[in-house]
Write a protein that binds this ligand. Structure first.
Ligand code: HEC
Ligand code: HEC
Length: 391
């Protein structure tokens, strides 16, 4: 062995397979906490955003905010953490990565790395990037589609809609990466005999005694906290400033007594944003044939007032998810909200028995399940199915 080969390389790797083992501290507590909290947030995010969906959206948002914090933390800790948590100890060149992949492909024991190995490090950077994109696009969906959160004033519905596509595509990518990550860890454990999962819990790794160690710099938590505050301060201020903007898609609705009394007689008065001005006008001209009922008003003046109100606050004046989606009607039923493709799609998985509940009764009784139907927002967090026995 030459002198040079004895010197630890910058990544602390070793291809010498010695049987003698030595325990070494690799992952400091903050890095381990980061790793497992992130796992928990991804699982919670997946369950609340995909599996249980809508009515757990509040928890989903919190998982997102915690993830943003974790990402900022990890990048900072990548500068000031203890040796093997530092990004520079696992930034590899493409040659390194290809070399390691080739080694893995032989399915024979491979070089030991104390910290992240080259493919593992690629995964770390990839995951940080993908998670960053998922949380940022999520914030944009929240602001654009739901008119909530710091971007409610800045993001239009169209921006939110585009962000939703990005959010979903990156979640698919994330799932693929997690599968690859777990597969990679499993393979690496088989080929090196190292207990990688255990080391991410205890912080210690058992490695061949002659694996060269790095300089082993200590963590600098105070510097890390200062830098994190320095980053989060301005970012937080910008988000706070944006959050003071009024939600871009919502209109200041002036309640109208005539509308509420006359059109709230047989069913709840629907929010004016739910149909376009065009649909409302058509409906108002055809009240004697109103879904099998005669809803003709006593006098012309009342009809004119209601038409004016619905035209002033019709769907085309809003930029909410509901206004954008419900305004696309079934041409054969131009003023039936529950016949729009979006309504049907959103409610096709809702248990049909829910519509028969005493407090609901009929599918067009939006307020039976959507507590915020008066605002026209129809937020996921405000969906509450009444808990009572069937009629
Ligand atoms: C005489 C009772 C009656 C009055 C008054 C009435 N409606 Fe209706 N309306 C109905 C019935 C019945 C239906 C069909 C059942 C349902 O969907 O609730 C309906 C359905 C609707 C729908 C479609 C709901 C869906 O399923 O998508 C809209 C929109 C609507 N009404 C608006 C109005 C407006 C606006 C007024 C006031 C001008 C009004 N209604 C007055 C009885 C009435
Ligand atoms: C029986 C309860 C019930 C009734 C009645 C009901 N909904 Fe819903 N609605 C739900 C549930 C549950 C969801 C979530 C479905 C999902 O995506 O899993 C939902 C989803 C929605 C969404 C999508 C929310 C989002 O951000 O993804 C909109 C908008 C909506 N409903 C509007 C309406 C309107 C308008 C009416 C009345 C014409 C109505 N709903 C009647 C239960 C109901």
């Amino acid at each position: 062995m030459t002198q040079d080969a004895d010197k630890p390389d910058v990544h602390g790797s070793n291809d010498n397979r010695s049987d003698e083992k030595r325990l070494i501290k690799v992952w400091d507590l903050p890095t381990r906490l980061f790793h497992w909290t992130l796992v928990a947030m991804v699982v919670i995010g997946y369950l609340t955003g995909w599996v249980f969906a809508e009515n757990t959206m509040g928890i989903h948002l919190w998982a997102g905010y915690v993830t943003v914090f974790l990402l900022i933390f990890r990048l900072t800790w990548g500068l000031f953490g203890s040796e093997y948590s530092r990004l520079e100890t696992f930034t590899f060149t493409p040659t390194h990565i290809i070399g390691h992949l080739k080694e893995l492909a032989t399915l024979r024991p491979v070089s030991h790395y104390i910290g992240h190995n080259p493919t593992g490090s690629l995964m770390v950077f990839g995951l940080l990037f993908v998670l960053g994109t998922i949380t940022l696009s999520g914030l944009m969906v929240l602001g654009g589609e739901e008119n909530q959160g710091p971007l409610a004033g800045a993001a239009t519905y169209a921006m939110g809609d585009l962000a939703a596509t990005i959010h979903f595509s990156f979640v698919l990518l994330l799932i693929a990466m997690i599968v690859a990550h777990i597969g990679g860890v499993y393979m690496e454990m088989k080929l090196t005999g190292e207990e990688l999962i255990k080391s991410m819990i205890t912080g210690f790794k058992s490695i061949p005694a002659n694996t060269p160690e790095l300089v082993n710099r200590k963590a600098r938590p105070i510097a890390a906290i200062i830098v994190m505050l320095a980053v989060m301060g301005p970012v937080g201020s910008v988000l706070w400033a944006l959050s003071t903007m009024p939600p871009s898609g919502l209109v200041a609705l002036e309640p109208n007594d005539t509308y509420e009394t006359e059109c709230g007689d047989c069913h709840l008065p629907f929010h004016p944003s739910l149909l376009s001005t065009d649909s409302w006008t058509k409906m108002m001209l055809n009240l004697e044939n109103h879904f099998g009922d005669d809803a003709t008003l006593y006098d012309e003046a009342t009809a004119v007032e209601i038409t004016a109100y619905l035209t002033k606050f019709g769907g085309d004046k809003w930029d909410t998810e509901a206004s954008n989606r419900f305004n696309i009607v079934d041409p054969k039923k131009p003023y039936q909200i529950t016949a729009t493709p979006y309504w049907i799609r959103k409610h096709k998985d809702v248990n049909p028995d829910f519509f028969k509940l005493k407090k609901v009764g009929i599918k067009s009784n939006c307020g039976g399940c959507h507590q915020d139907h008066y605002s026209g927002s129809f937020n996921d967090q405000s969906i509450k199915i009444p808990t009572e026995k069937k009629q």
